[in-house]
Design a protein around this ligand. Structure first.
Ligand code: ADP
Ligand code: ASP
Ligand code: MG
Length: 405
């Protein structure tokens, strides 16, 4: 059987761990399986490479940053192939471009356009284990691109689809997808199965256990994804289409984000086209704006607030300074000390009482809600960053999600 596995940063964080994984893969190979293995960079390598870049330049170009960041996965890939060879297993490491992963030109957040698996298939025919550097590809200009933080998951799903397997396995440092981040909520419960839409919402609301685009891609191609531990041999969580009738509206999980900032534009002229003139340049600069709220207009003016990834704050403020002049906005305020907590579950937005319960639980805990956003399957609240961890626990307990609830 052809197996596609992905091993995350912690799972390949030390030479010993790489050897351990290689030992397990050697057994699977000897049992007659073909293997395509996607690896992340070792431990915190990607963060360290970004720091290294910053020690050279305050604003390194995206192209060179991608050239630098992509080396992390090349190191772990080559080491994994060496470890396999030491176990007597023929192996070959491939960079993203050697593996035929073609992306668009958006350095730092490139999307995979296509996969040409010819080389991988040739090497498989020679009996080799293929180790592919995750998180990277090549664009039409022949430049190296990276897929955005956590992007190795997406590499694995894309390869699984190109190779026609039924399921791919994501090996990580927790046993699966939990009702909340198990590092913060001690009695968080591991889910056996989760639907693509719920997983997508959890991921996009901050549950970094899966890269959002990996879930998106898996959903489109109906690729089953199992998230499981690389340290313990036990069943994980299967992300798949959930076809049986679900119990109507229950909260499945709590997700959170701390790495966001809130921008408020004071006294914006309330007239057609103004929102476009504010958000278009932000979008053009690749800034992902979330949770936009416009206040009721008074005397032809309004206030607009929205959140952005905290790393984009400087860039956004620069752009908004120009917009402020052009549109005669009174003030641009930025609060970096905000966070977001979201409850996720099919049908919850349209079920009376769930939103009220969420706000009640936060209120009783003395946690002030700054902004509220909803989607079909999520209710999210922007709150003070320092309240985030308490809010997760309060909601997790309040909705009875814990192991002993
Ligand atoms: P990897 O390096 O293997 O890709 P990540 O650090 O990207 O691992 O993702 C795994 C981490 O995701 C876990 O260590 C955990 O702290 C975090 N996490 C956040 N929310 C959840 C959740 N709902 N279920 C499981 N893990 C979660
Ligand atoms: N190494 C990259 C990161 O840290 C990609 C990944 O781990 O998936 O974001
Ligand atoms: Mg990850």
């Amino acid at each position: 059987m052809l197996l596609v596995h992905k091993y995350g940063g912690t799972s390949v964080g030390t030479p010993e761990r790489i050897k351990n994984v290689a030992g397990k893969l050697a057994r699977l190979k000897r049992e007659g399986n073909d293997l395509v293995i996607v690896v992340s960079a070792m431990g915190d390598t990607t963060d360290e490479l970004i720091e290294l870049a910053k020690s050279i330049s305050s604003s390194p170009s995206r192209r060179e940053l991608d050239a630098l960041m992509s080396t992390g996965e090349q190191i772990s890939g080559a080491l994994m192939a060496m470890a396999l060879e030491d176990f007597g297993i023929p192996a070959i490491s491939l960079t993203g471009w050697q593996a035929g992963i073609y992306t668009d030109e958006n350095a730092g957040r490139a999307r995979i356009k296509s996969v040409d698996a010819t080389r991988i298939k040739e090497e498989l025919k020679k009996g080799k284990v293929i180790v592919v550097a995750g998180f990277q590809g090549i664009c039409d200009q022949n430049d190296i691109t990276t897929l955005g933080r956590g992007g190795s998951d997406t590499t694995a799903v894309a390869l699984g689809i190109a190779l026609g397997v039924e399921k791919i396995e994501i090996f990580t440092d927790v046993k699966g997808v939990y009702t909340a981040d198990p590092r913060l909520v001690k009695n968080a419960r591991k889910l056996d199965v989760i639907s693509y839409d719920e997983m997508l919402e959890l991921a996009s609301q901050g549950a970094r256990v899966m890269h959002t685009r990996a879930v998106e891609l898996g959903w489109i191609y109906k690729m089953k994804i199992e998230v499981k531990s690389s340290f313990e041999d036990c069943p994980g969580t299967i992300i798949q289409e959930v076809s049986e009738m679900e119990p109507v509206s229950r909260v499945r999980g709590i997700a959170h984000k701390k790495d966001i900032a809130k921008i408020t534009l004071k006294r914006v002229l309330d007239r057609p086209g103004v929102a476009h003139r504010i958000f278009k340049p932000l979008g053009d600069a690749g800034i992902n704006v979330d949770d936009i709220i416009q206040n009721v207009s008074e005397f032809g003016y309004t206030d607009i607030s929205f959140t952005i990834p905290i790393d984009d704050t400087d860039k956004a403020l620069q752009i908004l300074e120009k917009v402020k002049e052009e549109l005669d906005i009174k003030e641009v305020l930025c609060n970096p000390a905000v966070g977001k907590v979201s409850i996720v579950g099919v049908g919850i937005q349209s079920t009376p009482g769930i939103a009220a319960k969420m706000f009640g639980l936060l209120g009783e805990a003395g946690i002030n809600i700054d902004m509220i956003s909803t989607s079909e399957i999520k209710i999210g609240c922007i709150i003070n960053e320092e309240d985030v961890e308490r809010a997760i626990k309060v909601l997790h307990d309040g909705f009875g999600l814990g192991e002993n609830s």
